[in-house]
Design a protein around this ligand. Structure first.
Ligand SMILES: [Ca+2]
Length: 379
C-alpha cells in the first residue's frame, strides 16, 4: 500500500510538471556539455558533438562520451571557437567528417575555416587523420562575432556553408569577399562550374577575375546560423537580424537578401536601416521576427515520430528560449507554434528514426544539456 501511495504521489508530481509545461513531447536529459555548439549523427546512432572551446566527442544514446583527438586549434572567444560538424554523404565508405571553427590570423584577425578529416576509431578511441582545410572566410578581420559557419550537405553531394558578416556590414554586398554569403562548394572545396557567379568578372567590368565570387550562391546575409533543405529540395536559411528583424529566407540561386542596405531590424546604435519593403530590388524574408527569436540553428523535420511536423522548419531559439515551429508551403512560411524550453537552445537535430535531440547553450542559467525529445507516452 505504501508503495502504491508513493507511486501515486510520484505520478501527481509528474502530472503537475506536465501541467506547467504542456509541450507535445517528452524530454529526457541525456548528459551535459561545456558550451556545446553542434551535433551530427553517426550511422550507428551515436553522435558527434562539438564544444566551442575546441573539443569533439563521440556520444552514445545513453550519454557516454569519448573525446576525439586530432581536432584543430580554434580561436575561442566571443562568438568564435569550434563550430559545426557534418558527415560526408559517403561517410560509411570514406569516414570523412567536416568541421567548422574560428581560425586565428595575423595581427589579431580571425576568420571561419572549414576542414575535413578522416574519423578513425580504435578500441573505442576516436582520432582524426588526413586533416585538410578546404575553405576559409575571406578576408580575416578583427573582432569575434558573426562567423555563421553552419555546414550542410545536400542530396546531390554539394557542401553548403553559411558565412556571417563578421559584424562588418558592407562585405555582405561585396562580391570579392565571402563574408555575409551563403556558399556552395564541391566536397573538396572546389567551386561547382554551375554556380551563379562563376563568370561574374565577365558580367561586371569593375571586378577582375580574382576573388571568391565563384563560391557565392546568395548574398546580403547578416549572421546566418541555420541552413536546411526542405522536402522539395529547396534551401532555407535562418539568420540573426540586428536590433529586430531575424529572418527566415527561402534561398534563391543568385539572390540578394539586402543586408546591410535593407533590414526589418535597425542598427543597435539606433540608426534606422530601411525596411525590406522600401527596396524591391532585394529579396524579402519569408518570415521575420521583432522581437527576435535569436536562432541557434535550423532544421526541416523529415521524420515520422511527430507526423504533423513533417516538412516544417524547427528553429532553435537562444534569447527566445524555445523551439519555434514554422510551416512551409511553397514560398510561403508562417510560425505555427513555439515550445518553451526554459533555456537558451543552441541546436535542434533529427535522428534517423525521427526523434529530436536538443543542445542547450551554456550561459546564464542554461546548462549545456543534451536532451532527447520523443512523442508523449500515451496515458
Ligand atoms: Ca529597418
Amino acid at each position: 500500500m505504501k508503495k502504491l501511495i508513493t507511486t501515486l504521489a510520484g505520478m501527481m508530481v509528474l502530472s503537475c510538471a506536465q501541467a506547467e509545461n504542456d509541450n507535445p513531447f517528452d524530454v529526457e536529459v541525456i548528459t551535459d556539455f561545456h558550451e556545446p555548439w553542434a551535433l551530427a549523427f553517426l550511422p550507428d546512432g551515436r553522435m558527434l558533438v562539438t564544444e566551442k572551446k575546441g573539443a569533439l566527442y563521440i556520444v552514445n544514446e545513453s550519454g557516454q562520451k569519448a573525446g576525439v583527438r586530432g581536432v584543430p586549434d580554434v580561436d575561442y572567444g566571443g562568438q568564435g571557437g569550434f563550430g559545426d560538424v557534418a558527415l560526408h554523404p559517403d561517410f560509411e565508405q570514406n569516414q570523412l567528417v567536416y568541421l567548422s571553427y574560428a581560425e586565428a590570423g595575423p595581427a589579431n584577425t580571425r576568420g571561419a575555416a572549414v576542414a575535413r578529416a578522416k574519423l578513425n576509431e580504435t578500441n573505442g578511441r576516436g582520432f582524426l587523420t588526413n586533416f585538410e582545410v578546404i575553405w576559409l572566410q575571406y578576408p580575416k578581420v578583427l573582432g569575434r562575432g558573426h562567423y555563421g559557419h553552419r555546414i550542410l550537405f545536400d542530396d546531390d553531394g554539394y557542401l553548403w556553408i553559411s558565412s556571417g558578416d563578421r559584424q562588418k556590414f558592407t562585405p555582405s554586398q561585396d562580391m570579392q569577399s565571402n563574408i555575409g554569403k551563403i556558399l556552395r562548394l564541391n566536397d573538396d572545396g572546389s567551386i561547382p562550374s554551375d554556380n551563379p557567379f562563376v563568370n561574374y568578372h565577365d558580367q561586371d567590368a569593375r571586378v577582375d577575375d580574382e576573388g571568391v565570387f565563384g563560391e557565392i550562391w546568395s548574398l546580403g546575409h547578416r549572421n546566418p546560423l541555420g541552413i536546411a533543405i526542405d522536402l522539395d529540395g529547396q534551401l532555407w536559411n535562418m539568420e540573426m537580424g540586428p536590433a529586430g528583424g531575424d529572418e527566415l529566407n527561402r534561398v534563391m540561386r543568385g539572390g540578394n537578401y539586402g543586408y546591410p542596405v535593407v533590414s526589418n531590424g535597425d542598427h543597435y546604435d539606433g540608426r534606422e536601416i530601411p525596411d525590406h519593403d522600401t527596396d524591391p530590388s532585394f529579396l524579402e524574408p519569408a518570415v521575420w521576427w521583432t522581437p527576435v527569436v535569436s536562432p541557434g540553428n535550423l532544421i526541416i523535420y523529415k521524420g515520422d515520430s511527430f507526423p504533423e511536423w513533417r516538412g516544417d522548419a524547427l528553429i532553435a531559439g537562444l534569447s527566445s528560449r524555445a523551439i519555434v515551429r514554422v510551416g512551409l508551403d511553397g514560398d510561403e512560411a508562417r510560425e505555427i507554434e513555439r515550445y518553451d524550453m526554459g533555456a537558451r537552445i543552441r541546436g535542434v537535430f533529427e535522428a534517423a528514426e525521427g526523434s529530436l535531440w536538443v543542445l542547450e547553450d551554456e550561459r546564464a542559467n542554461s546548462r549545456g544539456r543534451l536532451l532527447k525529445l520523443t512523442p508523449p507516452h500515451q496515458e
